[in-house]
Unconditional design. Structure first.
Ligand SMILES: Cc1ncc(C[n+]2csc(CCOP(=O)(O)OP(=O)(O)O)c2C)c(N)n1
Ligand SMILES: Cc1ncc(C[n+]2csc(CCOP(=O)(O)OP(=O)(O)O)c2C)c(N)n1
Ligand code: SF4
Ligand code: SF4
Ligand SMILES: [Mg+2]
Ligand SMILES: [Mg+2]
Lengths: 168, 282, 582, 282, 582
């Protein structure tokens, strides 16, 4: 249970940091696979997460935050919620897919904050969580807007006529 | 056993990112190995091991590409020989934390003998096997953990017709002191297992179910199959065997945490070479 | 032999499908009656990496890459710096570049090729479900004059399984690409009309050809461990061995695969495996057992860049040393090398025949360039010989497995035969096979095992020799780069520079008398090979007396040796003073 | 599974002696391997297998010298590779009865990987391991079945410090279909086990405790240690494991008789080479 | 150099204890001030097999076997036909034969030696608990003039642990034997008096010497898998490594042992393993990794009869090919060979030094004859150099493990050093170590790895060259048979036949300039080696320009090459006409 502000901020910082790092990782992966459009999008998402991270860090200035091992966090699930899962990407994915994946992760982030905002006994934490939740909500709306520009690709989006390569 | 205490509470000097190199993985986007890399760096950060005190040895395969993606001392050796390289390193340099990483083909097919004997030797190191039940790097052939009826390989178009091996049983039988299974889709659990493996004395085996999205796309479904049944480790070999006899291959957690003495060569440093030469004198 | 051939590189990454487009282009050209060759250059990614389809089409048979690419179609420029050096251009080269992919990288402009911008991606987007590789395909096909109907037909066949929608979309892209070819008119050497339509031709890779040769030679057992670039030999054999009544077993490693082959062969079944350098290194102990126990076996080594794991996807001829000398003890065995993609069939078949006939191991040195390239060629005429092993008949009494015979070959008893049971042994032994440490037995058996190989008449197949009988210059080479040498010699001859070709198919044992004949009248010799340390040259020095003046042209992979480099080296040799030997 | 019925009652054509060659063993007098040789010939005579229909493959070691002492087709191969040679032979010539013989060093040290995979492949052959917990032929070094505190070897003068492996556990885990242990001091029991192993389908492992009187003279005491506990085989893998978990290494008899499908490549012989060539034609 | 040495063979089987007797004889002679050499010939049985102790004693240092045995003491004649050819006799030879063992086998009488019957067994029986080998020992000791006190002392020391009763019984047998020596008087060349008493001498085998050299060179890690005849190197190292602060691990196989060594060396600890042919075959893949990843390591190959399992207990020099050429790809590395038992110390030490300095694998070719023979020799003067590896210091920023340097050697970071972490790789790589398939990186790294070896100054240790500077004839050889060549050259010189000796310690890389100097003025060359296919000759042809006339003297094991054979070959070469090159 998250009850104190330091506890909450420790979670928020990790959530945003891991989110940013994951977006960067995915961007790197797609860069190696020459999927420029998606790289750009993921970089952008990483940027937004980093802005959030900075906010959370600002809020934590002067506080001593508890240390959690990665597996000790009180996430709804075992993993940090606003992190796109590794296997949600594909080298042929389109911006549409990237936006969907990003949106889902933001939704999980939002749900996490919203839950704390509604259940945490500590009012200060509640307020902070609500604020974070609202920002996530904004992101989700933003992503929905973008998505309009990137309608679902045809059913053959993953098609690659070239066979996989044997590299060793 | 690692000399660094596992419950570091001080302000971390090394973040997970400090354990990454600048080199971008060539893995297929979506590959489970990404998540093992990320879990490994988290685990090391948790242990606050200085990167230069850790060596990561691997063989050949997609998974074996891991070392170059870290900021550790790495040895990307040859197919199947990661464990001997690591054994020599640890025996010669007991002060280092030695990790080994690789695939199911590398570790259980061509490297099967070293696997058996590394477990048996129970030298203090941690072996992370990214098991995708396939040879990813050579275009998708069956590995020792592939089910007999998998027809996805051109080498065995009718399926292999032979049962998969049970690496954890073999590790347990041969004498590995810490045995765990985890799933790449749960990087924090992977990190935890790696952390515990490093802290456990002797040989630690961590089987990571790590989907190959290219040749075994159906492995994306592992998510639904894994179940964290082994939440408390057992310390009794027999009990651990019983667990395995009911295993469906998807139970995760620490199977076994034993009490075998790790192999530890003990140089005595008592004589000089001149002393030895004297023995040849008439 | 002046080709009016055209060489085309298509680059693209991230699933752009250039390999498939290239494949369709070769297929279509083939159907229309041209010959062709398609190689590839690939990045380290399993999927979606940068790749280049490297084609050459011609009305004449062609198995050598040309000096330069006439046409370079860049679907994109991703990581071009990694393989630009594999794509030699010249001032006549036409580069098709898509402006959305940014300017043509400076390093592609060094030879001042002509650049024509074609918005491939935009064109693709203009048709529903458009495919940029099909646009590129259409463009190239039209530019070089492949009949539209043929390419449409190939496309429809290849994509057949994907359903009518995909076909329709692809055809639309193809046509859009064809239309976009107009600006190229006049910029590209026209491809001379096809000549081979209706002729009996094959489309085959070196690795497939090797598999086929193995089956033709009589191989009915294979044990396999995958490794690049040999895996396709094994993959081709897996179903096809089964079809002809044989068996393939996937082994746990190469130690197992070679020894499984020895087991199969001991059982009387001709056996073969394929691997590459690292796997061959693991097999040498088993090969030594094959020598000592006189068990026939063939190992195909599809060479790649070495040492160690090296460069698995690129070609090199640097396993010659280990193939010839890599066994411990005095272990005479046979080493062969196919001289082209087509020759993989013959050489594999011959290798099986030799192994069976001489009861010894044969290492066949193929390479990535031959193994993983596809050629459209005239159906090779192939001998009908196949494995013949001298077998012992059922007998009473004193069967001597390792009897000392005139030619060294002793009848081999096959399990199941009554009265001839024996124990095959890797320990030195008496003629009966009983382990022995005696000097006499050792000497006798060493003599016998050597005699089997040296006293055999390998016939003219030991090398392909061509060119003027009165030449005083020769080029000697081995392996698949022979095709480049052939082309170079043809070109040199046109300029009045005549030289003999000696392309050695049998690398071990040495054939001194044959070589003396082959070198008859030769005062200057050029040794051509693709490795760093001139291993072939060193082997030739060890085995033969060479002419007074020897030059070598050797370079490691991955850059292919190009015909013009050989011509240049030959020119330099012609100029060189025989007194200052290099 | 052998095609010859196991309960031959007719007048025997082949006596045990018919399976012996003229070559005299180089084994030390008193070596357990003599008795394995004799048991083998008895078993074959019992089965009345024509010698030329049986092939016996071995590696290198004292025990691996066996083939030349028989009148079977033999292949005295190289150290550690008997199982692959035998696998290739059986896969290519399923009509033959294939036996494999060797030592604990040959089979479990250098040959460990093939052991694992041969069990797994479960091809129809019988593997007789003469286990003396030592490398006899090279003057007495520790093998994988040597106890950690045995100080008799100059290579490990303080003992190996590592636990012995459990070959039967590994065989069971990996998928061998028939697993037995016997003792060279009871040649008739050895003969019975070999007989049953040959008749059992799939891969049969017979561990023969075979004293090395030269380097492990204390093994003469095996006589007092063995106890024939496994008089009824079990067919359930789990039960067999339970047996092994209580094993002291000296229980003899059939541990396990399973039901795994033996590996059996199935050539279909449906096409000619000309047919295959057609596929390359344009 | 005319020896007044005596050569003695003692044969016996079934636990007769001739090896122990031989050992005591050498020990006693050594104590008394003689030099000596003891080799052995063994049957295939683990215990109780036929065996022969082969001794040579001399007042001068001696490491070569002589042409013939002067004295053959047959405790029995069991299986003599198996190794009779290893016991060359001449008309002067005295055979001591025990009548109860039957007549002297005809095959021992071919050279008409003198036979003296001595009832050894009966004599032994005449004393309580009598031992026939001690009788034989006494007989020989007395016959050649070893002081009784010395031999008694040795006997008592060696049998010390067995208790006073055994000692007393053995002494009684010894004395009985001594008394029985009387009939020999006058039949045996007397052994010249000892000269070395009080000098600083060692009693050491080649395998022990190799172990010692390894430790002196700085080796502190060894991974071991036993194999005849290399096991004693490992057995000597096991306790002694520990004593000097190092570690030995018994590996599961040779694949493991070489790769464990690479691990230890990667960790900064100089590492070595020892094996023989079959084990070396299994190590070549690991050695290739050592080349590509630039990891120092030394492998000692104690050569035995090949191919395959071959003849494990007998000497041969037939692993030269695999040692020099047995790695796949272009894999430059170093191959050395000790020139005698004593030289095993130096060459092992030098090999470690070279591996560490060049960051590459070194294969040292010892052989059974050197490894398992014991010599009594002057304590060798040994250099004090030891392993120096160029290390990278702790650094911030851009450490390049495979930096391109002038001499090719790049500073190597050792785990534990901050700021220089890197990944060692067997894949081709950039200077930083990042995997690369680029032609440029491949070429650069191939050049660098070769340059490390070819641009290094190995100093005069590359070969031992002696003999007249104005000679026009030379004998070139390698390995432990150098001692026979030395003796042959000394003898030839006495007859006026002068030739230079070139004993090559560095077999790879080639040292062309040094060889040109070594061959200065030489018109005729004799190549001496112990294998079937003249591997050394072939290597020399490949690497060097040889004089116009080259003869070879080569023979496989197990028969030792004898000095007189070399003298004969040299005589023939001197007579040969330079125009008819052989
Ligand atoms: C001696 C040798 N044999 C074969 C190969 C080819 N090879 C490279 S990786 C690989 C299999 C890799 O499978 P796995 O270890 O499961 O790794 P993954 O790619 O699935 O992560 C093979 C067979 C090699 N490099 N060396
Ligand atoms: C590749 C290789 N390595 C090492 C050896 C040496 N060697 C021969 S037999 C043997 C061990 C034999 O032990 P085991 O198999 O237990 O047989 P035993 O003699 O005890 O019956 C060894 C290490 C060899 N022949 N080949
Ligand atoms: S092929 Fe499979 S294992 Fe290899 S990188 Fe791709 S997804 Fe991962
Ligand atoms: S050494 Fe041991 S195993 Fe070998 S023959 Fe002698 S007693 Fe048997
Ligand atoms: Mg895998
Ligand atoms: Mg044994």
């Amino acid at each position: 249970m998250i009850t104190t502000v330091p506890e909450f901020l420790a979670h928020a910082i990790t959530l945003e940091r891991e989110s940013a790092e994951r977006f960067d990782e995915l961007a790197d992966a797609l860069e190696v696979h020459h999927n420029g459009d998606v790289v750009e999008l993921f970089r952008k998402m990483a940027h937004y997460s980093r802005l959030h991270l900075a906010e959370a860090r600002d809020a934590a200035k002067g506080l001593t935050l508890p240390h959690y091992a990665p597996w000790e966090y009180h996430w709804p699930d075992a993993e940090s919620p606003e992190t796109v899962e590794i296997d949600e990407v594909h080298y042929r994915m389109t911006p549409h897919h990237a936006l969907i994946a990003a949106k889902q992760s933001e939704e999980r982030g939002h749900a996490f904050y919203a839950l704390i905002a509604s259940t945490c006994p500590n009012a200060e934490v509640q307020a902070m969580a609500a604020e974070f939740a609202a920002e996530e909500q904004m992101h989700i709306r933003l992503l929905l807007d973008w998505l309009k520009k990137y309608p679902p690709p045809g059913e053959h989006w993953a098609e690659d006529l070239d066979p996989p390569v044997s590299v060793d | 056993m690692n000399t660094i205490p596992c419950d570091v509470t001080a302000e971390p000097t090394y973040s997970a990112n400090d354990y990454k190199s600048q080199i971008k993985p060539v893995w297929c986007p979506g590959c489970g190995d990404y998540s093992v890399l990320s879990a490994l760096t988290k685990a090391l950060s948790e242990l606050q091991l200085p990167p230069e005190q850790v060596a990561l040895v691997s063989g050949i395969g997609c998974s074996s590409r891991l070392p170059a993606y870290t900021s550790l001392y790495g040895f990307h050796s040859i197919h199947g020989r990661a464990l001997p390289v690591a054994t020599g390193l640890k025996a010669a340099r007991p002060d280092l934390t030695v990790l080994v990483a690789g695939g199911d083909g590398d570790g259980f097919s061509i490297g099967g003998n070293h696997f058996l004997h590394a477990c048996r030797r129970n030298i203090d190191m941690t072996y992370i096997v990214m098991d995708n039940a396939v040879y990813g790097m050579t275009k998708g052939q069956a590995s020792p953990t592939t089910a007999p009826d998998w027809t996805g390989s051109k080498l065995t178009p009718e399926g292999t017709g032979i049962e998969a091996i049970h690496p954890l049983e073999i590790a347990l039988s041969a004498g590995a002191n810490f045995i765990a299974r985890t799933f790449a889709g749960q990087p924090n659990h992977v990190a935890q297992m790696i952390c515990e493996g490093i802290c456990a004395p002797g040989f630690s085996l961590i089987q990571v179910l790590s989907p190959c999205v290219t040749f075994r796309p159906e492995q994306r479904g592992y998510k639904e199959q894994v179940h964290q049944d082994w939440s408390t480790p057992v310390t009794d070999r027999k009990e651990a065997f019983l667990r395995l006899l009911d295993d469906d291959g998807f139970a995760t957690g620490v199977l076994y945490r034993g009490n075998h003495r790790p192999f530890h060569p003990a140089p005595d440093d008592t004589l000089s070479i001149a002393d030895l030469e004297k023995r040849f004198a008439l | 032999m002046s080709f009016s051939s055209v060489s085309i590189a298509m680059t693209g990454s991230g699933g752009a499908g250039v390999m498939t487009a290239g494949q369709m282009l070769v297929d279509a050209a083939a159907r229309a009656g041209w010959y062709g060759l398609m190689g590839r250059s690939l990045g380290p990614q399993i999927r979606g990496g940068e790749s280049a389809a490297l084609l050459r089409l011609s009305p004449q048979p062609v198995q050598s890459p040309d000096d330069f690419y006439d046409l370079l179609v860049a679907v994109d420029w991703g990581n071009i710096e990694r393989f630009a050096s594999e794509l030699p251009l010249h001032a006549e080269t036409v580069i098709i570049s898509d402006p959305v992919q940014g300017p043509v990288p400076a390093l592609m402009l060094e030879q001042s090729p002509r650049v024509i911008e074609v918005p491939l991606k935009e064109i693709a987007r203009s048709t529903p479900g458009g495919r940029v590789n099909m646009v590129a395909l259409g463009l190239v096909a039209a530019a070089i004059g492949i009949p539209a109907a043929t390419i449409e037909q190939v496309l429809s066949t290849v994509l057949g399984k994907k359903g009518p929608e995909v076909i329709a979309q692809s055809l639309a892209s193809l046509h859009a690409g064809m239309q976009a070819a107009e600006p190229l008119a006049g910029h590209l050497r026209p491809l001379a009309p096809p000549t081979a339509a209706g002729q009996d031709r094959w489309s085959i890779t070196g690795n497939e050809a090797t598999g086929l040769g193995a089956l033709r030679g009589g191989v009915r057992f294979c044990a396999a461990y995958p490794i690049t670039p040999a895996t396709e030999v094994l993959e081709w054999l897996a179903p096809n061995l089964t079809h002809v009544g044989g068996t393939l077993v996937q082994a746990e490693d190469e130690l197992a695969s070679i020894n499984m082959c020895l087991g199969g062969s001991f059982g009387g079944v001709p056996s073969l495996t394929a691997t590459s350098g690292p796997g061959l290194a693991l097999m040498t102990e088993g090969l030594g057992l094959a020598v000592a126990s006189e068990t026939p076996v063939v190992v195909v080594d599809v060479m790649r860049g070495g040492p160690s794991t090296g460069i698995p996807t690129k070609s090199e001829q640097s396993d010659l040393n280990i193939a010839v000398y890599g066994l411990h003890g005095d272990a005479p065995h046979i080493v062969t090398a196919p001289l082209s993609i087509a020759d993989c069939v013959f050489t594999a078949q011959w290798s099986v025949m030799l192994a069976e006939s001489r009861q010894c191991p044969v290492i066949m040195l193929s390479d990535q360039a031959a193994g993983q390239s596809r050629a459209v060629l005239d159906r090779p005429t192939l001998p009908d010989f196949h494995a013949h092993r001298l077998r012992a008949e059922a007998a009473e009494g004193d069967y001597q497995r390792y009897a000392l015979t005139a030619d060294g070959v002793s009848p081999m008893a096959i399990p199941g035969t009554a009265g001839t049971t024996y124990t095959a042994d890797g320990l030195e032994h008496s003629p009966k096979g009983t382990p022995s440490t005696q000097a006499r037995h050792h000497q006798e058996q060493l003599d016998k095992r050597l005699r089997k190989l040296t006293e055999f008449d390998y016939g003219p197949a030991w090398a392909e020799i061509s060119g003027p009988p009165d030449a005083d210059m020769a080029v000697i080479t081995f392996g698949s780069i022979t095709e480049q040498v052939r082309e170079a010699l043809a070109r040199a001859a046109e300029t009045g520079l005549h030289a003999r070709l000696i392309a050695v198919r049998l690398l071990a044992p040495a054939r001194p008398a044959r070589m003396v004949a082959a070198l008859q009248g030769i005062g200057k010799l050029l040794v051509v090979e693709q490795n760093h340390s001139a291993q072939f040259h060193s082997l030739l020095r060890a085995q033969y007396d060479l002419p007074p003046l020897v030059h070598t042209l050797h370079r490691p992979g991955p850059l292919a040796l190009r015909p013009h480099e050989i011509v240049t080296a030959l020119g330099a040799l012609a100029q060189a003073d025989a007194c200052v030997a290099a």
